[in-house]
Design a protein around this ligand. Structure first.
Ligand code: AN7
Length: 401
């Protein structure tokens, strides 16, 4: 059994109510389970493949989910970067290895399954790119129409390509993501589409499984969990999930939740540094990491709790630091991620160099999306291929052999 509960005033709502914010106070809702009633046999989870659905007892979907085999992503030991930083226990969970190339698939398998379970006949989202790519694919899988709103000119090419090819109705607005989210929210309320941004409490349930998998892969709770922060949905979701594992008696401590933002878009970092409870939105967010070009993170209230309650922190990284780490992950470790994803590891590099983390910590950085999502940013950074005549002599001279 589960219900929806306001994260602010604790008002409760029936699980089949189509509602995204509390009627009483306007804050977000979260799914609350009767954990005492849930019989989770640890051994049974261990026998199932590593995937979102390994943990189905603490997910809201009943019956067969709409799935493309999401989750079960690799946890890589970052040996070389770890050596450079003096962090022998540094890991990256590569969420770019999901079906559409980002962690959003964990949310959308649950979110679109819930749309169908609740009898909704169309779905919608605003997106900096990955949410739209993922929703488009899962809507196609579920056979329901999908509308996505994008900030015009600010979405990486691969993501737009995915949304278009999977058959979403793709609308670009002359405005930023924050405005697109306000608009799609109004559209969903007025026209009965099911909203699948991270204000949707069911979608975030899928994303909490990143934390479950990391604990299972390490065989222990990491000391620190590091995520890039845009809307702050993912960091909130991972924290919520780990709290549930704790309540079930499956883990006995929580990692220090650590959020990394881009310097041009860092309202959560400022709220942590200045000890604010209410976020001051960034009206003109700007960063090369377009996925996290978000000025008014809707889940900030939950993220601030996650960071503070675990003794975590938040830090900002510049575009240069992000791109440098994108290259280092690609060349030193063989791990290809998009810029926003490199932000988490760039943040750890910065915190380590400042001396603000313990070198013995076991650290899991979530790298959230695949390199191929944003080929244009890659091409801008790298030398183009050398074009030569089609003969061996030209090849040898090009290679200086
Ligand atoms: C690669 O697609 O918001 O802090 O609309 O694509 O949970 O928002 C994407 C976010 C990190 C931030 N990394 O996660 C969208 C969108 C990547 C992302 C984030 C996003 P949240």
């Amino acid at each position: 059994m589960y219900r929806l509960v306001c994260v602010h005033c604790a008002a409760t709502y029936a699980p089949d109510q189509i509602i995204y914010t509390c009627n009483r106070c306007g804050h977000l809702l979260a799914v609350e389970y009767d954990l005492d009633d849930i019989e989770v046999f640890r051994g049974e989870w261990d026998r199932r493949p590593l995937s979102v659905w390994r943990y189905r007892e603490i997910l809201p979907v009943r019956g067969e989910p709409i799935s493309l085999q999401e989750g079960g992503t690799p946890l890589y030991h970052l040996k070389e970067i770890g050596r450079e930083l003096g962090l022998p226990e540094l890991y990256a969970k590569h969420e770019g290895m999901n079906p559409t190339g980002s962690f959003k698939d964990r949310g959308m398998t649950v979110g679109v399954s819930m749309a169908c379970q609740l009898g909704m006949t169309s779905v919608a989202c605003a997106s900096t790119g990955n949410t739209s790519a993922s929703l488009a694919a899962y809507a196609a899988r579920g056979g329901i129409p999908c509308v996505v709103l994008l900030p015009a000119g600010k979405v990486a090419l691969g993501k737009v390509a995915q949304a278009l090819m999977h058959g979403a109705r793709v609308i670009s607005i002359r405005g930023n993501f924050d405005r697109a989210l306000e608009m799609v929210h109004e559209l969903c309320i007025s026209h009965g589409l099911y909203l699948l941004n991270s204000v949707n409490p069911y979608r975030l349930e899928g994303q909490k499984t990143i934390g479950f998998e990391a604990v299972d892969q390490l065989g222990d709770v990491p000391d620190r969990f590091v995520l890039p922060v845009g809307n702050a949905g993912n960091i909130s979701a991972v924290y919520k999930g780990l709290r549930e594992l704790e309540a079930l008696g499956l883990i006995d401590r929580l990692p220090m939740m650590t959020g990394i933002q881009a310097a041009g878009s860092q309202p959560v970092v400022k709220a942590i540094e200045e000890n604010l409870n209410v976020l001051i939105p960034e009206p003109e967010p700007e960063t090369v990491a377009t996925a996290i070009r978000i000025g008014a993170p809707v889940n900030a209230e939950k993220a601030l709790v996650a960071i503070r309650a675990t003794g975590g922190t938040a830090a900002a990284v510049t575009d240069d630091e992000i791109l440098c780490m994108q290259r280092d992950l690609a060349r030193m470790e063989g791990i290809g991620v998009e810029p926003a994803s490199a932000a988490s590891v760039a943040g750890i590099r910065k915190l380590a160099e400042e001396g603000s983390i313990d070198r013995d910590e076991r650290i899991v950085c979530v790298v959230t999306g695949h390199l191929l999502k944003d080929p244009e940013t890659v091409v801008r950074q790298c030398e183009p291929p050398l074009e030569i005549d089609a003969d061996l002599h030209s090849l040898l001279s090009a290679l200086r052999l």
